[in-house]
Design a protein around this ligand. Structure first.
Ligand code: ATP
Ligand code: MG
Length: 578
């Protein structure tokens, strides 16, 4: 066996799928900037997560875009933690984010923290005060909201708006010195309370918060707001193209305003559409709720759309990158079919996964004319997609297990698998014909008796050319390895999990069958030595990988994805991306 090893995958530098994918409007902007020598031929992007949760598939889109574009143009990408909100941020999240970016296959040029810039941001704020462009406001949050106006009405100037520079400077220094309680004052940019853009109505730059920060400890009782800290951090790092999601489009005038007032490096903000996926939630806040309320086992529950969740489930970084390349970017928000993501996962796993036989819900089969103590080692192909993967031996004996689903005492039309008097092929084994069944007291079939044809060894047609309509998989009862298998379905029953009935939380849409654990599952013995992270195709069932919950003698497998591919069908019909 040659299971793929997640450790080594992280070390391979990701190929730049973005380069191979068709152009998009962001790439066009960069090309134009290169042509006009806007940034001296430089392309520099950044990925700026807030460390208040684990990364999810939406972040993967942003990561692939930022790193992919910079790589295509020989540029740089920094990882910058946007850690301006001490109350929700933790080092656990910082660590997981770094691990996830590496796992996706990307290497950042520099690692930065917005908190590295707190001193510089403070100085620039003082500079804006001196220029008459910022003031200390004593309004409470509530009063500020009331005086902000609406989309149709202008806001009202704060009574503190015209404080002198000296008074502002002194108050701002005292804010920093920790003299005032939380929420009692703010520093606001002096822009325009009548602006049609609400973000320009004297936005808050600093708030008072006596909270311990994961990196600066208790040094700061004031913290900069996102709109102020973000663009200035971009500028400090000389980011050329600051790519973010569409909800920041209305913040762009403010992004530019700060940069212009300070006369600093003009980073350029460009917005693209957030990834939304059917049957999936991509919001850290809601994912946190799922974790905190115990709906899932943690951030890395294999049903979670977090990168740590899908990694544990067996998705590959290649599949995610290919998916992100295929969905592209646009200027309007939409929703992508989960089936499309699964299609990319299958496509990649199909190439790399060794095939094995496993029976999730076993039904005992006895081959009455097979010698009692005989064991034959049958040759089985490891991967029809990869000849170099070779073959392995699979033991065949008189008592086997097949899937309960592969036998029907009373077969419906079109059911060609095993049933009384029917002959089927046991893959790599023999042709067998069902002769009788044994039932328990409830009338359930608990044992199937068959005869085999010795002339069909390896599952080949006999000399008389007889054919069968079905091939089923099996494991030898005496040789099988017991295994726990976790079969996952969508975590939500609704395409849009946010569409809950009136008065119901989104958690009401959780699929009660999102995790099933069939009993007494069995594996072929070659899997006894499978290692955590190893990925396999269980023939006819799907792709599975070894879960970290495994212990010596107790293997646990996750179903990564089932075999049937609804997206391939949709794509064929609609001519969409394959
Ligand atoms: P969430 O809504 O899940 O909290 P966020 O936008 O607050 O996400 P950040 O940590 O601030 O999360 O995001 C880091 C980067 O990832 C930002 O540039 C953000 O625009 C981008 N990003 C976040 N969610 C998505 C998504 N669904 N699709 C594309 N990009 C995303
Ligand atoms: Mg955010």
């Amino acid at each position: 066996m040659n299971p793929s090893n997640p450790e080594t995958e992280a070390d391979e530098k990701a190929p730049t799928e973005a380069a191979a994918s068709p152009s998009n409007f962001i790439r066009d902007i960069i090309l134009e900037d290169l042509k006009t020598n806007q940034y001296g031929g430089r392309v520099q992007t950044r990925f700026p997560p807030e460390p208040n949760g684990y990364l999810h598939l939406g972040h993967a889109k942003s990561i692939c875009l930022n790193f992919g574009l910079a790589a295509e143009f020989g540029g740089k990408t920094n990882l910058r933690f946007d850690d301006t909100n001490p109350s929700k941020e933790e080092t656990e999240f910082v660590d997981s984010i770094m691990e996830d970016v590496k796992w996706l296959g990307f290497t950042w040029d520099h690692l930065f923290y917005a908190s590295d810039y707190f001193d510089q941001l403070y100085e620039w704020a003082a500079q804006l005060i001196k220029a008459g462009k910022a003031y200390v406001d004593d309004l409470t949050a509530d009063e500020m909201r009331k005086s902000r106006g609406t989309l149709t009405e202008p806001g009202q100037d704060s009574p503190y708006r015209n404080r002198s520079v000296e008074e502002n400077l002194s108050l701002f220094e005292r804010m920093r010195a920790g003299e005032f309680p939380d929420g009692s004052r703010t520093l606001r940019a002096k822009v325009d309370m009548a602006s049609p853009n609400l973000n320009m109505r004297d936005p808050v730059m600093y708030r008072i918060l006596h909270a311990e920060h994961h990196r600066t400890g208790n040094k700061w009782p004031i913290y900069p707001m996102y709109d102020y800290a973000h663009g200035e951090s971009d500028s400090i790092e000389q980011v050329t193209h600051s790519i973010c999601t569409l909800e920041f489009e209305d913040h762009r005038p403010l992004y530019n305003w700060f940069i212009q007032q300070l006369g600093i490096f003009p980073s350029q903000q460009i917005e693209f559409d957030r990834l939304n996926l059917t049957y999936t939630l991509l919001s850290k806040r809601k994912l946190l709720q799922l974790v905190e309320e115990g709906h899932v086992s943690g951030w890395n529950d294999p049903r979670m759309p977090t990168l740590s969740g899908i990694r544990r489930r067996g998705y590959t970084p290649e599949a995610i990158r290919n998916f992100c390349g295929a969905i592209g970017v646009s200027k309007t928000n939409g929703s992508i079919e989960l089936a499309m993501l699964e299609h990319f996962v299958r496509e990649d796993l199909n190439k790399r996964s060794p095939r094995v036989m496993a029976v999730l819900r076993p039904l005992k089969v006895v081959i009455d004319n097979y010698p009692e103590n005989q064991v034959e080692e049958m040759d089985a192909v490891n991967n029809p997609e990869d000849r170099s993967a070779g073959t392995r031996k699979v033991p065949f004996s008189r008592v086997l297990y097949i899937e309960q689903d592969d036998f029907r005492e009373d077969p419906p039309k079109q059911y060609f698998r095993l049933s009384p008097r029917r002959e089927v092929r046991l893959r790599y084994g023999y042709f067998v014909t069902c002769t009788s069944v044994v039932k328990d007291e409830k009338g359930e079939v608990v044992e199937v008796h068959c005869t085999y044809d010795p002339q069909t060894r390896g599952g080949n047609s006999p000399p008389d050319g007889r054919k069968v309509k079905s091939t089923i998989h099996w494991v030898s009862a005496a040789h099988a390895v017991d295994v726990e298998v976790r079969v996952y379905e969508n975590l939500f029953t609704k395409e849009d999990p946010n569409q809950a009935e009136a008065g119901q939380p989104f958690t009401a849409n959780i699929n009660p069958h999102s995790l099933e654990m069939p009993k007494h599952s069995k594996l072929e013995p070659s899997l006894a030595s499978a290692v955590v992270g190893g990925r396999y195709q269980f023939e006819r069932l799907g792709y599975f990988c070894v879960d970290p919950d495994s212990a010596p003698g107790k293997l646990v497998f996750n179903r990564t994805v089932a075999l049937k591919d609804t997206w391939a069908k949709i794509a064929k019909k609609t001519g969409g991306p394959k």
